[in-house]
Design a binder for this molecule. Structure first.
Ligand code: F6R
Length: 604
């Protein structure tokens, strides 16, 4: 959480920084701030709330400096306020720092500094950083050494940028467990928490690793480890274009990303799956004969993708699969060893709990495979193997196209494993063809959204909603329910349809909205009976289906194209993503930036 951006070059820094902050706002929007090196002194401008408030501050127009750092905040320590907004300065106003992460031992460091005579004025954990740099600089008289000493003192996570009149034409950055990329320009360089923030200027990036420091001027970028030994790093070319991180005429990023799904699914399939050929993954040489169990571990929507894909692994590969939340997995001594394959799913590749779970799995000797969207992100640098979804940048906080890309990729992976294990069959071949048909089927769903819009208008003022289904329809119910809560703030629950009678049906009353998902031919009658039971108790029912339904008194049936039930989450989730979107729009909410949330959860 929190986004940082930096610029050094010949342009005015402020417009570059503001543009970067606007694109990083999905990481937090409690306050924002900028510090520019102006005539050799640090000029700081900050404000509470959205970046727009900062952008409107007239002082920014008077700043012409070519070196600057900026921050958009998701508050952890200290309320969202101007005082707690970054950048923070040391007491002598010599060092300005922006920080993404959490300094866990900040109370000890604060006490240490106060004993040395420093006064800390904000409630943040960050303010200890510029003051520690200042303290060590007073001992070392060397800024790089002072920064290295400072980060050795920090426990927790950080991506920091430091500027100072003493550094003149340089920015120093460092990271541990929080993302930071360096964009390489011509006579200028860029720093950001995430690639899209500076994709307008460059496609070439360095990815800083944990406990590395970089000294950046407009014409050079040097890297050091924490003991200040020089480090060589490779440049990575990023293929995303900047149009993919703009709204392109859509009212919101979320809507644009929903409509991008035919393309993101097609890109994710890529050359991994072709008609009449075996599946192919570059550089994925896992000895599956040795694997007797798979764990799929992730958070939120990414975990729901794992739940949806579990069925294909078990069905085609005959390996038992357990899906777990990373935040639980990491603290429950999971029974894993070298015969376990642990698959970690993450859009951002930066989720703190998922990274911790991955490190735990590695330490217990299991093989680890990451399914990630953001190239070069932290998870990809820890896992034994990485495969990428090619969903492109996902900016809206609510994940849509990343979810469908994850489910598609995991299903292809299941086929790949089945083929390696020698389980080929006509069913598997048909399944492969069905995966290839998905982009066109998604296009069909997106052709007409009017019925969903109308239903959303009818029910948007409700307080509670329920999603029910069986098997993969239950998996998609969970995702649909999460989507609804996070962007519309309506309380919603997902239940396996067969569980309703064991308690939850007591919540159904006249007018309650229940969404049924019924796409599995073997289970459709069962789910329909459960829907009849809620209709009898007064519920308003919408059904997402690809089956012939018996006569049922539902308010609306949304038809999606037929497909293998193991793939149906990819199709049936789309009307439900749109349903949440239109409900939130009807409520006048900020769909892309729901309250209290941030896109990348880099803290525990
Ligand atoms: C919900 C959503 C979150 C993320 C979760 C994991 O729409 O986006 O639930 O799925 O925070 O994030 P990643 O995939 O980046 O690890």
């Amino acid at each position: 959480m929190c986004g940082i951006v930096g610029y050094i070059g010949t342009k005015k820094a402020v417009p570059v920084l503001i543009k970067g902050l606007l694109s990083l706002e999905y990481r937090g929007y409690d306050s924002s701030g900028i510090c520019v090196l102006e005539n050799n002194s640090l000029e700081v401008v900050k404000d509470k709330g959205r970046v727009k408030n900062l952008e409107e501050n007239p002082i920014l127009n008077t700043l012409n400096g070519n070196i600057g750092i900026a921050h958009t905040r998701w508050a952890t320590h200290g309320i969202p306020s101007k005082e707690n907004a970054h950048p923070h300065l040391d007491n002598s106003k010599t060092f300005a720092v922006v920080h993404n992460g959490i300094i866990e031992n900040y109370t000890d460091l604060r006490n240490f500094l106060e004993n040395k005579g420093y006064t800390l004025i904000s409630q943040t954990d960050t303010e200890v950083i510029p003051n520690l740099i200042s303290y060590y600089y007073s001992l070392e008289n060397d800024i790089l050494k002072a920064i290295a000493k400072t980060i050795k003192d920090l426990k927790g996570s950080y991506a920091i940028e430091v500027i100072s009149p003493l550094l003149k034409d340089k920015i120093i950055v460092a990271r541990k467990d929080s993302p930071l990329v360096i964009g390489i320009g011509n006579g200028e360089n860029f720093i950001a928490s995430d690639i899209p923030a500076v994709l307008n200027y460059t496609n070439k990036f360095y990815f800083l690793d944990d406990l590395e420091i970089s000294v950046i001027s407009k014409n050079s970028i040097e890297f050091y480890d924490i003991d200040l030994n020089k480090v060589e790093k490779d440049v990575k070319d990023i293929e995303w274009d900047c149009a993919s991180s703009e709204k392109n005429g859509f009212e919101d990023y979320m809507l644009k990303e929903i409509f991008e799904q035919p393309t993101s699914i097609m890109e994710t399939i890529g050359s991994r799956l072709k008609p009449n050929e075996k599946c192919y993954f570059d550089d994925l040489k896992i000895d599956l004969k040795d694997i007797n169990r798979i764990y799929i571990v992730a958070c939120g929507t990414a975990m729901h993708a794992g739940i949806a894909a579990k069925y294909a692994f078990e069905h085609f590969c005959k390996i038992p699969v357990e899906v777990d939340m990373a935040s639980e997995f990491r603290y429950r001594n999971p029974l894993i060893d070298k015969h376990t394959l642990c698959i970690f799913i993450s859009q951002s590749g930066e989720t703190a709990d998922t990274i911790a779970a991955l490190k735990l799995a590695k330490s217990l000797g299991s093989k680890t495979l990451a399914v990630v969207n953001v190239i070069g992100s932290s998870i990809t640098r820890v896992a034994d193997y990485t495969i990428y979804t090619h969903a492109g940048p996902e900016i809206a906080v609510a994940s849509t196209k990343a979810y469908t890309a994850q489910v598609v990729l995991l299903n292809i992976l299941a086929v790949y494993f089945a083929e390696i294990l020698g389980y080929s069959s006509k069913e598997l071949e048909d399944f492969k063809m069905e995966i290839l048909e998905l982009p066109d089927k998604v296009k069909i769903i997106l052709e007409d959204t009017s019925k969903i819009q109308e239903f959303a208008k009818e029910v948007y003022s409700q307080k509670d909603m329920f999603f029910i289904g069986r098997n993969t329809d239950y998996a998609v119910s969970m995702e649909a329910s999460l989507k609804l809560k996070e962007i519309s703030y309506i309380h919603s629950e997902a239940y396996a349809a067969g569980e309703l009678k064991h308690g939850p049906i007591a919540l159904i009353e006249n007018g309650t909205t229940v969404i049924g998902i019924a796409t599995n031919p073997n289970l459709v009658e069962k789910t329909i009976s459960n829907l009849e039971e809620v209709i009898t108790r007064g519920a308003n029912v919408m059904i997402v289906t690809n089956q012939e339904l018996p006569n049922i008194n539902s308010k609306l049936n949304i038809e999606v194209p037929k497909c293998n039930p193991m793939l149906s989450p990819i199709l049936s989730v789309i009307p439900l993503q749109l349903f949440s979107y239109y409900i939130a729009k009807n409520k006048g909410l900020d769909v892309d930036k729901p309250r209290n949330l941030a896109k990348s959860v880099t803290v525990e």
